[in-house]
Design a protein around this ligand. Structure first.
Ligand SMILES: Cc1cc2nc3c(=O)[nH]c(=O)nc-3n(C[C@H](O)[C@H](O)[C@H](O)COP(=O)(O)OP(=O)(O)OC[C@H]3O[C@@H](n4cnc5c(N)ncnc54)[C@H](O)[C@@H]3O)c2cc1C
Length: 424
């Protein structure tokens, strides 16, 4: 599909759409809508890619079909929580508020629910690279994305029960993977610590060399197509009797025919005045970006025992991951980023670097690992696109197509049932 870079001549009757949030989800949705004939304004007080989309691991994991909550996880939680450098942390002062979400998360880890989430992740993730290519055009695609695959690694030689279920989920969906023993892993990544005993190669996975630049590229294409970025914070969506909406921002108010809520982890408070209560929690994550590293692995990897990814990026080597449940407003715990540096050095004993930079971001997460792509039943001009959790960089490009279809009243490219609001 040719990529449109010139501003479109839209008729004044073209529907005016406010997209709230200029993360990867809002930016991609805005571009798809503008190209689909809408007049789009994207509201965000931050420049494009300033939220969770700024500092993630950048993995475009098109064959990622395993939800985060899995059977048997409860057994691991106490061990994770007492390890200060472990993959999961829960701030004691926030535990009570997070309890309802955590209970739903545990329920989502039952096998039938896991299988349903797995199928829905597959439908959303599988087309991601084709959709990115269509959004970005071939030239920007090859500048910003690498299709080199990805490898998961473990210290334990034996599969856990959760690993066996993950294998079964992938087999059901015909996901190609290749098991790597210690020798094959060393051939691929000679710098790896001998503590790593096995791996799993995902040949079709990709990554972006700079997540923020990817969002910025999409936002530039949006502006070239005639869309606008409005540096304002949306405060309230007010439905009007004639079917359009008044959007109150920190700088005034405007009328739009349609609203897309793509405000990541902050989406909940915009929807509550419209009578929608979502179990949207933030799984905070951290990164440490090492500049001038002495080695760059030739393929991104995910350390499955420790819950972090290592991605070669234009700015250096990014170590990103882990989960902290502490709400939207608590200050970052920089020790979690320090721990990522130490863990990267344990993974690659020869790793040296000049300096490093810490970052914390807020994953917008529902308990079942699936996002919402749906319109409000009582206010059908409001479309919700949030909650992409651990997979937003992967799922954003297909989500853009779905949002554009929802807003324009077209049939959806895939079954939207798993991503509906009514599931809560
Ligand atoms: C450490 C870490 C590693 C990750 N690694 C990966 C990975 O490798 N692959 C992957 O697929 N995903 C990954 N993710 C997940 C991914 O980053 C998120 O799912 C994705 O960025 C969410 O995008 P978003 O656009 O929904 O939210 P965001 O990027 O957070 O954007 C939301 C935007 O909304 C704006 N906003 C909020 N409130 C308002 C308001 N009232 N008015 C206007 N604007 C508002 C914010 O300023 C923000 O810019 C990772 C996340 C983390 C934290």
């Amino acid at each position: 599909m040719p990529v449109m870079t010139m501003s479109q001549d839209l008729s004044p009757a073209a529907p005016s759409v406010a997209v709230i949030g200029a993360g990867i989800v809002g930016a991609c949705a805005a571009l798809a809508l503008q190209r689909g004939g809408c007049r789009v304004d994207v509201y965000d007080p931050l420049p494009p890619g300033g939220g969770a989309s700024f500092g993630n691991a950048g993995l475009i994991s098109i064959d990622s079909v395993v939800p985060i909550a899995m059977p048997g996880m409860l057994r691991n939680v106490p061990r994770w929580l007492i390890d200060p450098d472990g993959p999961l942390a829960l701030r004691p002062g926030y535990a009570l508020r997070a309890a309802p979400w955590l209970l739903r998360w545990l329920r989502a880890g039952r096998l039938p629910a896991v299988r349903a989430s797995s199928r829905a992740l597959h439908a959303l993730h599988r087309p991601a690279l084709d959709e990115y290519r269509a959004l970005l055009g071939a030239e920007r695609f090859v500048t910003l994305l690498r299709t080199q695959g990805q490898v998961h690694v473990w210290e334990d030689e034996r599969d856990s029960a959760a690993d066996r279920i993950a294998d079964e989920l992938r087999e059901r969906l015909d996901v190609p993977t290749e098991r790597l023993d210690a020798g094959a892993l060393r051939e691929l990544l000679p710098e790896l610590s001998p503590a790593i005993r096995r791996g799993l190669l995902f040949p079709r996975h990709a990554h972006t060399v700079e997540p923020r630049q990817l969002v910025q590229a999409v936002a530039e294409l949006l502006q070239q197509a005639g869309g606008r970025l409005v540096a304002e914070r949306a405060l309230k969506i007010v439905p009007r009797p004639d079917g359009d909406y008044r959007l109150l921002t920190n700088c005034g108010d405007r009328i739009h025919d349609r609203i897309v809520v793509a405000a990541g982890a902050w989406s909940r408070s915009l929807l509550e005045p419209l009578g929608v209560r979502l179990p949207l929690e933030t799984e905070r994550g951290y990164h440490a970006e090492l500049s001038a590293p002495s080695l760059l692995p030739r393929i991104p990897l995910v350390h499955k025992d420790r819950g972090f990814a290592v991605t070669p990026m234009t700015g250096g080597l990014r170590i990103a991951g882990t989960v902290e449940i502490a709400g939207l407003d608590a200050p970052p715990d920089e020790r979690r980023a320090d721990a990522l540096v130490a863990q990267a050095q344990a993974l690659f004993p020869g790793l040296r670097f000049e300096h490093w930079r810490a970052w914390m971001g807020l994953r917008p997460s529902f308990p079942d690992s699936l996002p919402v792509s749906d319109r409000l039943a009582r206010h059908p001009g409001v479309v919700v696109a949030c909650g992409h959790g651990h997979f937003g960089m992967t799922a954003a490009s297909m989500t853009a197509r779905l949002v554009s279809q929802l807003v324009r009243g077209e049939p959806a490219a895939i079954d939207l049932h798993p991503y509906r609001l009514a599931r809560f």
